[in-house]
Ligand binder design. Structure first.
Ligand code: ASP
Length: 608
């Protein structure tokens, strides 16, 4: 036995006991003839006291940071207690110690307050993982994993593994491909998700499936994405949307309870995609705070209707608003007193390339009931008041208005809302607000390819009452500029996302399960029959053998952990993550391979 106890478990009650601990030397402090060592393992830190009698051994076998030692001694009450450590009341008076392994000087201090920068810590990730903060994150990840599995197991779900070497059928993201040595010139793809497999499992009768599974997407890595990430992937048969929403609302509540001790009793709020876009400019709204968008003028129609608020700016000759496709406002609470410098800074903020607006109009709703704006020349005070009122502003608020092309302006206003929410401290880390977003559009128009693409994926079914629209109308878009007028633009999907604090944490849909409808869907996406057969013949074939109605969902496991852990970064919750360029800096991967490997694969490099 290397140890009788861990470094996290001894307390005052064990005083007088002889114990043996093993772990890593975190710090060494020498005071005259005695030496204190903080010994660390996964469970905590215990102070060791090495007295005079061990001085000789210490001289001959000096200890250093991160040495692995085994030490035996007696638990004693500490005179100088440390209330910040669970073991802080005691120390071990060491009688003997053995160095189990030495360590070279670590490149950074392995402590909560480390002196190591990001890159260095990633290069030596195995040392970073020794740090308490990182360990806590992995513990939380494991707790979420366990809670999800327990819930799913209790509900009859079965964990079934699906293959990683599959067929390349890119749709949406790019596939990672793997050459096959045994089939020269042919390639596997790594799955972007087990989507088609879980549907096949439904055809096979495994009516409740789940997997905590790696997915691979060769995307340009925007902030906080990983080329390989983990999903809690689920599928159920004989269900309607309502069944899925209830089941997985249950799962997330179970996770909250198990991991955070938070009892979510109320039903998760629901919002249609249209409402989300209309009120928040975003399909994953952060509903921890209000500040909803007012569509003064908009090309986006809600329920087929244009905003009636256009008259707020009618009759004025402010060209910027008159010429704009869309004019949107938000009322920022308590900011009417912003100085010129502050409004200038906000204007610069919206002009940044990421936001891409030309400028910002503001109305100050002064505490004395007067209104002052950056467009006083064009608007009477009455008009300003009318806009401010419509935006829900109160005395003391600042109304911010953006104008321009629909998509950009809506997105920018949404970003501005989030930014102001952040600045005003309205996005509290410890407040969790769940939301279902429902009724997404089935299709999205791809300007690049002048065709429809599946907004979710090609296996998502349209709302039952809208299947007819898909069947009766040709997908061809005659006039790209007017694609919104095409009947396909209004077809809603039987799809849903779960949103937590402004992040999409899960998404899924009720699936198509009839061959002819699935074929129609592929055709709507511009796929020829041959192409559909080549890519998805196996699924179309399976649908002919009694496919049950089914649907499912997948949760982004890394992101869910990060939010529950109060972090912005999913990397903090992955044991061995990649950096922003998709590199594993510890392994130095990706890297070149040997010529022999190329020869075996019969592949010639043709680097430009
Ligand atoms: N496979 C889908 C995804 O990865 C999720 C689902 O529809 O279940 O987004």
């Amino acid at each position: 036995m290397y140890r009788t106890h861990t470094c996290g478990e001894l307390r005052i009650a064990q005083t007088g006991q002889q114990v043996t601990l093993a772990g890593w030397v975190q710090t060494i402090r020498k005071f005259g003839s005695i030496t204190f060592i903080d010994l660390r393992d996964r469970y905590g830190i215990t102070q060791l006291l090495l007295g005079e009698e061990l001085n000789n051994q210490l001289d001959q076998q000096p200890l250093g940071r991160e040495f692995v030692i085994q030490a035996t001694g007696v638990v004693s009450e500490r005179s100088n207690k440390n209330p910040n450590l669970p073991t802080g009341d005691i120390e071990i008076k060491i009688a003997a110690f053995t160095i189990l392994n030495k360590s070279v000087t670590p490149p950074f201090t392995v402590q909560d307050d480390t002196d190591g920068g990001d890159d260095l810590r990633m290069k030596f990730r195995y040392l970073d993982l020794r740090r308490n903060l990182v360990k806590k994150n992995l513990e939380l990840r494991y707790a979420v994993n366990r809670a999800a599995r327990n819930y799913l197991h209790e509900n009859n779900f079965m964990d079934i593994e699906t293959p990683f070497l599959i067929k390349s059928t890119p749709e949406g993201a790019r596939d990672f491909v793997v050459p096959s040595r045994m089939n020269p010139g042919q390639f596997y793809a790594l799955p972007q998700s087990p989507q088609t497999f879980k549907q096949l499992l439904m055809v096979s009768g495994y009516d409740r499936y789940y997997q905590v599974v790696k997915c691979f997407r060769d995307e340009d890595l925007r902030a906080d994405r990983q080329p390989e990430f983990t999903q809690i992937d689920c599928e159920m048969s004989f269900v309607e949307q309502e069944d899925i929403l209830n089941m997985f609302e249950g799962m997330i509540k179970h996770i909250f309870k198990a991991v955070k001790g938070i009892e979510v009793t109320e039903k998760v709020q629901r919002m249609t995609w249209e409402d989300a876009m209309w009120h928040y400019g975003n399909d994953k709204p952060d509903i921890r705070f209000g500040m909803q968008l007012l569509s003064i003028k908009s090309a986006f129609t809600k329920g087929g209707k244009l905003p009636a608020t256009g008259e707020l700016i009618a009759g004025t000759d402010f060209k910027v608003f008159n010429d704009a496709e869309t004019v949107l406002a938000i009322a920022v609470p308590g900011c009417a007193e912003y100085t010129r410098k502050q409004t200038d800074e906000l204007t610069e903020w919206v002009k940044r390339p990421q936001i891409g607006m030309q400028g910002l109009v503001f109305i100050k709703c002064n505490a004395d009931g007067t209104y002052k704006s950056s467009v006083d020349k064009f608007f009477t005070e009455d008009k300003l008041k009318a806009i401010a009122d419509a935006a829900g502003a109160k005395a003391g608020d600042l109304v911010l208005i953006l104008a321009g092309a629909e998509e950009r302006t809506r997105k920018a206003t949404s970003e501005l809302r989030l930014e102001m929410g952040e600045r005003l401290g309205l996005r509290k880390k410890e407040e969790f607000k769940l939301l279902w977003v429902l009724d997404f559009p089935l299709f999205e128009y791809s300007e690049e390819d002048n065709r429809w693409v599946a907004r979710h994926h090609p296996f998502t079914s349209p709302k039952p009452d809208q299947i007819e629209i898909m069947i009766k109308n040709s997908p061809v878009i005659e006039n790209a500029a007017e694609y919104l007028k095409h009947p396909y633009a209004n077809i809603k999907a039987n799809a849903y996302d779960m949103v937590l604090n402004g992040n999409e944490i899960g998404g899924g849909s009720i699936r198509i399960f009839q061959r002819d409808l699935q074929e129609k869907m592929f055709a709507a996406l511009g796929m020829s029959q041959e192409e559909a057969m080549h890519k998805f013949g196996f699924l179309l074939g399976a649908f002919e053998y009694g496919a049950p109605p089914h649907g499912g969902i997948a949760y982004g496991f890394d992101r869910l952990c990060a939010i529950l852990g109060g972090s912005e970064s999913i990397r903090d919750f992955i044991a061995f993550p990649k950096n922003n360029s998709g590199r594993d800096v510890m392994l130095d991967a990706p890297s070149a391979i040997d010529q022999k490997q190329f020869d075996e694969l019969q592949i010639k490099l043709n680097l430009q």
